[in-house]
Design a protein around this ligand. Structure first.
Ligand SMILES: Nc1nc2c(ncn2[C@@H]2O[C@H](COP(=O)(O)OP(=O)(O)OP(=O)(O)O)[C@@H](O)[C@H]2O)c(=O)[nH]1
Length: 212
């Protein structure tokens, strides 16, 4: 490889300058982040901050990747041959992160997603994909919970859906009321899990919600 080719090699991450990586980011986005830095009291032109607007913009695109997908599309592939299985399917303790729409601060938590299949099941990873598709947007926890449950209900048409989300909100722990250690719990029960107390108790018991 010639010296010129070596310089142009995209594999050498150290040689990629911030301005090259920022080429696809609209100028007004970078300018807005520079303004915010300045408004907080720092100098966006100092060396440590000069590439920060690009990093922040790329980070926010990643946090909000869910806007570029239709989470329900993950549930299109179903399996009918499951040996007559007709009991609860539960994916427990799925870690996720989101951002609250009020402060754009992190929401970090875990979700438990269950459904009672009617005639077919879905690949289990797809439940986590649906969660992340809705979580990677600006959210409130109640809407996130409802969107995940409604999506599974609509696409799989099962006998029941139960979604429980437990999360901490950095807008409460790192700022404002500054109360760490608080967890918010939300749930959406549909079909048999809403109508039948024994089914609801069974799914909540399997989820282990509220225990340790
Ligand atoms: N219900 C709900 N509230 C949320 C969620 N995320 C953040 N919040 C709350 O949204 C509220 C916004 O309240 P505002 O009074 O408009 O904003 P604020 O002055 O920054 O409020 P403080 O956080 O109390 O300082 C706060 O009480 C937050 O705790 C969420 O997912 N669900």
């Amino acid at each position: 490889m010639t010296e010129d080719e070596q310089r142009a090699s995209p594999d050498d991450g150290d040689l990629v300058r911030g301005e090259d990586r920022d080429a696809n980011i609209p100028g007004e986005v970078l300018a807005a982040i520079r303004t915010l830095i300045e408004w907080t009291g720092d100098d966006p032109a100092r060396e440590g901050l000069v590439d920060t607007p690009g990093r922040v913009a790329r980070a926010w695109k990643e946090y909000c990747q869910g806007y570029d997908e239709n989470p329900g599309s993950h549930l299109s592939r179903v399996f009918e041959e499951v040996g007559g299985y007709d009991e609860i399917v539960l994916l427990r303790d799925i870690p996720f992160q989101s951002h609250c729409e009020h402060h754009m601060a992190p929401i970090i938590g875990k979700a438990h997603i269950a459904y009672l299949p009617k005639s077919h099941v879905v690949g289990i990873s797809k439940l986590a994909r649906v969660l992340h598709g809705f979580a990677r947007r600006l959210q409130v926890q109640e809407r996130l919970t409802a969107e995940v449950a409604d999506c599974i209900w609509e696409k799989l048409q099962p006998l029941g859906v139960a979604v429980v989300i437990e999360a901490t909100h950095a807008c409460m722990t790192a700022r404002g009321v500054r109360t760490p250690g608080v967890t918010m719990t939300t749930s959406r029960m549909m079909g048999v899990f809403r109508d039948d107390e024994r089914s609801r108790d069974e799914v909540l018991n399997l989820m282990g919600v509220g225990k340790g």
